[in-house]
Design a binder for this molecule. Structure first.
Ligand code: MOS
Length: 764
């Protein structure tokens, strides 16, 4: 009854995109090419320097742009002197709010189907300042150096107004948001506070996590041109169609008159959406009447692109003598702005992971004057698992229970907050396999008891989890040639994770073609609509569109095959794709090649296009990926320095479609998690709201010597309810890593660090 109530509470709040559907995919159990460690098809282009990125596109007459940023957090521009910049050598235009073309504010992401705005503030339309780092002027010049110099000549006098730049002060008037990514901000099952008080064992602690900034290798860059009232955009983006739609909205145009392409992206972890710089480049180009290239400097990315926001989280756990949970409380607050909607869903892991008698989850936001925060690899889940999985480790220690054993005792039979059945959950298998391979049984239960010279050695583990998402509205086309080749198109994204390779494998297997006969084309808004590359959703989203197009292709081929074909009389669902053609299921001899079907029909090719069915599966099932992260650290007893000496991630993400690209995704996520655990921190000056370390010299991401060889394994259990039986693999790698490291540090030293990053000052 409690569960049913919880389901009723949650369902009406589900966003429109979560709608039921999708029948089991026959390929989910097919091994062979699907799953193989195929090398990336875009690899040679990249290592030979032939992949052309957004800021490498050359256009005749192109101007170079530089941005000037505000130096106050809140207030207005009182005086603006651009004369020196305007008369500087090579300068053709200085654009400020005084001469910028009128633009509509962009619609916020997730408020409309293709809205992509990271913020809904108007862009350079008035003298108002909303954050320290807001672009206040765009300079266009004949060279980048001239633009950069001229922008330094701009003089601005501000009238500052009181600003919310102190997180703790802002928390005093925190608000509960309407939703957290479409889910209710509060989940309550039973009386968790009372159960916590009554429980024989409990922990109750506050965990904090700092701001993080996006630092993809490729800087945010865009090259734009106007022609006959139409806008051409070469962008580095993970939302091609969203960018086209939203730019059209901003400039009052038709969506089809904005042509966005983004064939290569040099890394994007949630940060490459639609920000001010694309709109400003387009506006300045319109004003100047010439093409414009705008690349943010590394500092510019810190000023103008939001990242992960700061949190303060409380996790309280009450346990019975047998280790089952009587109460699970996870509440807290994040810094946000009134003009965006990314409240870091840090309570999402607790909604779905563990069996508990009572539950209280609540998220609040504290509005601050800062750049709009945004998605950053497993937003919410990465830092939510830091708090939750640290607290479980504290509970296990208090109960003198092995942390792995504790997780066995709280494994749920169905989703603890929604009551829905799991579509596919093999967490315990991943946990056991990981523990076995890592040598978890060699862990000393007593903290601080293993020392090698100056070094204290400890082991820690934590659960990883990330939801399965499939986005609606994607469509794919398949063009099948009489020569037995296939080209599949969808306006999707290759950001280095292997999309093009995996989908080529997928299409080859689905159509029964050799891999070298298949090409997956992506990265252009003129192709059938793609979905965003975010939420680890893209592989499933593309997969579903390809399946829909393939169903249509089979119907079309049966029509074309006609009475003379050995396939005559068969229905589409009786067909298997095999040997560059089709046969009756289970009867490989009753076969006709595509070449034969097409040539008899007198066609050089056949082309079909279809839209993916709505992702109904997400309403029927609790769909998540799982993993267990195992870490060994060595902490120097003299200096407090922490070195990660071994790491293993054991994942349960449905079918793995390419062993090489998936392993790289897992490792990449874990490396980013090591940064989250030990080094990454944006220093936000709470007096001025200014980011004080906007460079890779002062914002520390892990480098080679910080990262040990990382072992990754997986269950490879297909999900019966997802396309190809697969789940996303992009974001889960970072989840749980912060806690695995902090728990290992506790095991090594006996010191519990509840605030990220775990720097040496916290260990001395
Ligand atoms: Mo990911 S944070 O959805 O790019």
């Amino acid at each position: 009854e409690v569960m049913q109530k919880a389901v009723k509470a949650v369902l009406p709040h589900l966003p429109d995109r979560f709608v039921p559907g999708a029948s089991p995919d026959a390929l989910r159990d097919r091994h062979g090419l699907l799953g193989e460690a195929v090398a990336r098809v875009d690899g040679p282009l990249k290592v030979q320097g032939r992949a052309r990125f957004a800021a490498e596109v050359d256009m005749p007459g192109m101007l170079y742009a530089a941005l000037a940023f505000s130096s106050i957090a809140h207030g207005r521009i009182a005086e603006l002197d651009t004369s020196a910049a305007e008369s500087a050598e090579g300068v053709t235009l200085v654009m400020t709010y005084r001469n910028a073309p009128r633009m509509q504010p962009p619609s916020l992401m997730m408020t409309k189907p293709r809205a992509a705005g990271a913020s809904q503030l108007p862009v350079m339309q008035d003298e108002r300042i909303h954050w320290n780092g807001q672009p206040v002027a765009v300079v266009l010049a004949e060279t980048q150096e001239q633009a950069d110099h001229a922008k330094s000549l701009i003089r601005v006098r501000y009238e500052a107004e009181p600003a919310d730049t102190d997180f703790h002060a802002a928390m005093a008037h925190a608000r509960v948001p309407d939703t957290v990514l479409g889910e209710p901000p509060r989940v309550e099952i039973g009386d968790a506070e009372a159960a916590l008080k009554a429980a024989p064992h409990s922990v109750d602690a506050i965990y904090t996590s700092p701001r993080h900034n996006h630092n993809a290798i490729e800087l945010h860059g865009v090259t734009v041109a106007w022609q006959d009232g139409k806008l051409r955009v070469h962008d580095a983006t993970q939302m091609i169609n969203g960018t086209a739609w939203t730019l059209a909205e901003v400039f009052g145009m038709k969506e089809e008159d904005v042509h966005v392409s983004s064939p290569f992206v040099g890394g994007a972890f949630g940060g490459k959406g639609l920000w001010d710089h694309q709109m400003l480049a387009a506006a300045a180009s319109k004003l100047a009447g010439r093409p414009v290239r705008l690349v943010l400097s590394r500092e510019g990315v810190f000023r103008a692109i939001g990242g992960r926001t700061t949190t303060e989280q409380r996790v309280a756990l009450g346990a019975n003598e047998d280790g089952t949970l009587a109460a699970l409380i996870h509440t807290g607050c994040v810094a946000m702005t009134p003009h965006n909607n990314c409240p870091e869903q840090f309570t999402f892991p607790a909604r779905h992971l563990y069996a508990t008698k009572t539950m209280l989850l609540e998220q609040k936001v504290a509005d601050m004057h800062m750049v709009a925060n945004t998605f950053m690899r497993a937003p919410g889940e990465s830092i939510g698992t830091f708090a939750l999985e640290s607290a479980l480790d504290e509970l296990a220690h208090r109960m003198q229970l092995c942390p792995v054993e504790l997780r066995r005792r709280i494994e749920p039979e169905k989703d603890p907050s929604s009551g829905l059945p799991f579509s596919s959950r093999h967490y315990l298998k991943a946990l056991e396999q990981g523990a076995e391979r890592f040598g978890w049984d060699r862990r000393h239960a007593v903290p601080g008891s293993r020392r090698e010279g100056e070094w204290l050695v400890g082991l820690g583990m934590a659960t990883a989890t990330y939801p399965y998402f499939r986005m609606p509205g994607g469509a794919a086309s398949i063009t099948l040639g009489a020569d037995g080749s296939a080209v599949v198109q969808m306006a999707s994204h290759e950001m280095g994770m292997g999309t093009a390779t995996v989908q080529a494998q997928h299409v080859a297997v689905r159509l029964g073609l050799p891999l070298e006969k298949v090409r997956f084309e992506y990265g252009d808004s003129r192709m059938p609509a793609g979905t965003l590359a975010g939420g680890s959703s893209q592989t499933a989203s593309i997969g579903a569109a390809v399946i829909a197009a393939h169903e249509k292709l089979l119907e079309r081929l049966l029509e074309l095959a006609g009475r003379e074909s050995p396939l005559h009389g068969l229905k589409a669902e009786e067909l298997d794709a095999q040997d560059s053609g089709l046969c009756q299921h289970g009867h490989p001899d009753r076969h006709e090649s595509y070449a034969s079907i097409l040539s008899r029909a007198g066609l050089a090719e056949v082309k079909v296009e279809a839209e993916a069915p709505p992702p109904l599966e997400m309403q029927k099932y609790s769909m998540h990926s799982y993993g267990a992260q195992f870490c060994e650290v060595r902490v120097n007893a003299v200096t407090g320095e922490t070195r990660v000496s071994r790491f293993l991630g054991s994942f349960d993400c449905g079918r793995i479609l390419n062993a090489r690209t998936a392993a790289s995704q897992f490792r990449g996520g874990i490396v980013m998690g090591l940064g989250l655990a030990l080094t990454e921190e944006t220093f936000f000056d709470e007096r001025s709201g200014r980011i004080m370390n906007p460079s890779l010299a002062e914002y520390h991401v892990p480098v080679q010597l910080d990262v040990p060889a990382i072992d990754v394994i997986w269950t490879d259990e297909p999900d019966p309810h997802s396309p190809m039986g697969a789940h996303g693999v992009g974001e889960i790698g970072i989840t749980g890593v912060g806690a695995a490291v902090a728990n290992a540090v506790f095991n090594a030293t006996g010191k519990r660090v509840r605030s990220l990053p775990v720097t040496l000052d916290k260990l001395l």
